[in-house]
Design a protein. Structure first.
Length: 484
């Protein structure tokens, strides 16, 4: 059993948003971190590690060092993560484990994006140069295979839409019917965003407003219109301070802490085209289930959830894995989710952790946060509560599930031949024209192939879900034609 003094706690949080003036991502990370540190001034000297979540906006190679310098901190270690929306929860769990083991007293975790500023006309502020480069932590494998890249499967909205199309076909729904289903799923998220002070879109929306394609809600990739997709063009930042309970006591703030109970990670078959079933994510369920099991809790013991919500299929799959209905009275988000609260690149989950901590301080109970990176690929989950964990901090074990997932990978090939489509999407341009229609298909020998449509096929694919359709694949790189 871990000594009580070494129990890891979220001791302070900070969030920032900029709607008016241009800012850099480092400006927003600094604002968020200052908000957290101002609540625990006596802990400044105890922070031995500053971790920054991967930032897409221009910040240079040493954002953690630059941030520490701005804040007047002198940590023993600075670091930045690889790409992945799982990173914030993974960093919290990693810091919690180090604190529980006595290797660390306190850590600052921060991140931000300034993509709204980047899209404005004029000069975009860039972070101050720190010199050198921060160590990079996390899994940096390429996100897709060469075959998937050749088929045009790289933009997240296209890959997730492909997953969603497979789910629509499995449920027997047309694209239009699937959109209506998703509008009902995601509308409650907008209600939560409407109450969040740092939400990019603090407005409640009707399901039809989310699902109906129109001038203000253009189709992006079937079945997703714009209002069902993560909003990347935001200026938002978040930070949390994780410390030992002993450090919080010495700082006189132990009456305002949220305890880290457990964390777990797992990865799906790495390349999307190699997955046996594009409608499921066994690793997501494994990470969430292992975190709950390590904490000694069941789903019914959880008072609040934040399920990662870059695109609706991520929410659907997580809810199904946990046995949650879309109308669960506890809600599936504490922020409002990436399409409505905002999707600041890899850092969204840090907003979820911060908001969850604030929520649990107000209402009590336990909360579960899930996070994912790339294309339902890298998963992390964490359990938090307003009371000490009876078992101490625990890391969930997913090793057996991970081995089974890895062993289930299907070979990806660039060979030609007849195939059955497993997942598909139809990508639409701003003029409502079909610009691409990538698929993942199973050849008759069981191998999978990623293929783009022959250009002559595109005009005939608008609104059509090809999942279950026979196609003929040929050429290099592979292209397909619908058979018959």
């Amino acid at each position: 059993m871990i000594a009580e003094d070494r129990l890891p706690v979220v001791v302070a949080t900070g969030q920032a948003i900029e709607r008016v003036g241009p800012v850099s991502a480092l400006d927003l990370a600094e604002r968020s971190a200052l908000g957290a540190l101002e609540a625990v001034p006596a802990l400044r000297g105890a922070i031995g590690q500053v971790s920054v979540v991967n930032i897409v906006s221009p910040v240079g190679p040493a954002p953690a060092t630059a941030l520490a310098r701005r804040l007047g901190l002198a940590p023993a270690r600075t670091e930045v993560t690889t790409v992945g929306g799982n990173s914030p929860q993974w960093l919290v769990s990693r810091a919690a484990a180090a604190i529980a083991a006595g290797r660390l007293e306190a850590a600052l975790i921060a991140g931000a994006e300034a993509q709204h500023s980047a899209r404005r006309a004029g000069t975009v502020p860039v972070a101050d140069a720190a010199g050198g480069a921060d160590p990079v932590v996390g899994d940096d494998r390429p996100p897709v295979s060469a075959e998937e890249l050749a088929a045009g499967l790289i933009a997240p909205v296209h890959v997730y839409a492909l997953f969603e199309s497979a789910r629509a076909a499995s449920a027997g729904r047309s694209f239009a019917e699937q959109r209506q289903h998703l509008g009902r799923l995601m509308a409650p998220f907008t209600e939560v965003a409407a109450r969040h002070p740092y939400a990019w879109f603090p407005d409640s929306r009707h399901p039809d407003e989310l699902a109906t394609v129109g001038p203000d809600n253009r189709l992006v990739a079937e079945p997703y219109p714009k209002n069902l997709c993560a909003m990347f063009g935001v200026d938002q930042g978040a930070a949390v301070v994780v410390s030992s309970l002993a450090a919080a006591r010495r700082a006189g703030v132990d009456d305002r802490v949220v305890f880290c109970w457990s964390g777990a990670e797992c990865t799906d078959v790495w390349f999307p085209a190699a997955r046996p079933d594009p409608t499921r994510s066994p690793a997501l369920g494994a990470a969430a289930g292992a975190a709950l099991a390590a904490a000694g809790l069941g789903v019914d013991d959880v008072a609040a959830f934040d399920l990662y919500s870059c695109f609706p299929c991520a929410v659907e799959i997580a809810a199904e894995a946990l046995g949650l209905g879309p109308d669960d009275a506890r809600h599936l988000t504490v922020t409002g989710g990436l399409p409505y609260f905002g999707g600041p690149g890899n850092n969204y989950c840090l907003h979820a952790v911060a908001t969850m901590a604030e929520r649990l301080l107000e209402t009590g109970g336990a909360g579960l946060v899930t996070a994912l990176g790339w294309y339902l690929t890298k998963h992390a989950a964490g359990v938090y509560a307003d009371r000490p964990p009876p078992r101490g901090w625990c890391a969930g074990d997913t090793s057996a599930t991970q081995a089974a997932i890895d062993a289930a990978a299907v070979e990806i090939t660039a060979d030609a031949g007849p195939a059955v489509v497993l997942g598909a999407t139809v990508v639409t341009g701003r003029a409502d024209e079909v610009t691409a229609a990538p698929v993942i298909a199973r050849l008759d020998d069981g191998r999978h192939v990623a293929a783009a449509a022959e250009p002559t096929e595109l005009p005939h694919l608008a609104g059509r879900n090809l999942v279950g359709t026979r196609v003929e694949v040929g050429g290099s790189p592979p292209r397909y034609r619908v058979r018959g």
